[in-house]
Write a protein of this length. Structure first.
Length: 336
């Protein structure tokens, strides 16, 4: 019976915390080498990404991102990217913004690498989908701060706990939307591919994934947005970047620093959102250029098919003439 005025069953208390602590102690004792390797790899990836983004002069990185925006969407996005990035430079947050962008690229890239294969597996196996969905629900509903406790114990203070927490927090939409996109492909199209003798891998690569592209890119977009939302939490565990500046502004109640760092995060979020949306849609310059390239590649095949049809026409005419002659020859003769 529940004792009035308490939140437990009398003297009974489920020792969940003790069990979890024992599991974490066992992991840190016997699997510390594995987590040291993971920490080294993630640190190396983040360091190299920071090197490519923060070492060149700011105008070089700005020019590259503006050109990428122009190719993806056009001059409007390129102009907006230039204005936003120059704003970050003007408020003195360029280095912190590049550190944050490096963390987001590494964490979101790893989340995409993990989520898309899981989504494909869930789409092709109902049993896998039934197992994966509750795990994704748990990952999405668990507060992000809860991930930091085991991450700090396993990887220590630094950028790696922020990357790990970001991956766990952000990968769920990628899995869900990949599964949804593949399951949304019409069954008639898949059956037609199988009827022509295509292997399951070829059906996946040439039919299901292209038709599910919009849904998969929407999942990648959500992964990137959720990764950016973890910037502040990553800054609390020593990841640096704009998150560290926001945490410092909270500690010092510095409204100016908080506004500069917060608006810089907003600029990065809008830029990455527009870029991924343009690359995943059918209206951007990149999609039009890619479509034109595909049409140019397909033109020789079409010409070959037309030539084959033209060359087959005399044969068909000859066959029809022979059939007519044979019919006339076999017709019975009527005497007058």
């Amino acid at each position: 019976m529940i004792t009035p005025g308490t939140n437990s069953f009398g003297d009974f208390h489920l020792p969940l915390g003790t069990w979890v602590a024992a599991i974490v102690d066992w992991i840190t004792t016997y699997l510390s080498g594995f987590f040291d390797v993971v920490r080294y790899v993630f640190t190396w990836m983040d360091a190299w990404m920071e090197y490519f983004l923060a070492t060149p002069p700011f105008w070089v990185v700005v020019a590259v991102l503006v050109v990428l925006a122009f190719v993806a969407k056009g001059w409007k996005l390129a102009l907006g990217a230039a204005v936003g990035l120059l704003f970050i430079v003007s408020v003195g947050q360029w280095t912190n913004a590049m550190d944050t962008l490096a963390l987001v690229i590494v964490a979101a890239g790893l989340a995409v690498v993990f989520s898309i294969p899981l989504g494909i597996w869930a789409a092709r196996s109902d049993a896998a989908s039934r197992v994966i969905r509750p795990v994704l629900d748990f990952m999405q509903t668990t507060p992000a701060f809860v991930y930091l406790i085991p991450a700090l114990l396993l990887f220590r203070v630094g950028v790696v706990p922020g990357i790990v927490a970001t991956i766990v927090f952000a990968m769920a939409p990628g899995v869900r939307l990949t599964e949804l996109g593949i399951r949304g492909v019409p069954s008639e199209v898949v059956e037609a591919g199988a009827a022509f003798g295509s292997s399951p891998w070829r059906i996946l690569r040439q039919i299901q994934l292209p038709l599910a592209k919009a849904s998969i890119m929407a999942g990648i977009n959500q992964v990137i947005m959720l990764s950016l939302s973890m910037v502040v939490i990553a800054g609390m565990v020593g990841a640096g970047g704009l998150g560290e500046q926001i945490v410092a502004s909270l500690n010092r109640i510095d409204v100016g620093l908080g506004a500069e760092a917060g608006l810089s995060v907003v600029v990065l979020a809008i830029l990455l959102d527009r870029l991924t949306a343009a690359l995943g849609g059918d209206s951007g310059r990149a999609s039009r250029l890619f479509g034109r390239r595909k049409r140019a590649t397909a033109t020789p095949n079409a010409a070959t098919a037309n030539a084959a049809s033209a060359s087959a026409t005399p044969s068909a005419a000859t066959a029809q003439t022979a059939a007519t002659t044979e019919a006339v020859t076999d017709r019975p003769t009527v005497d007058a």
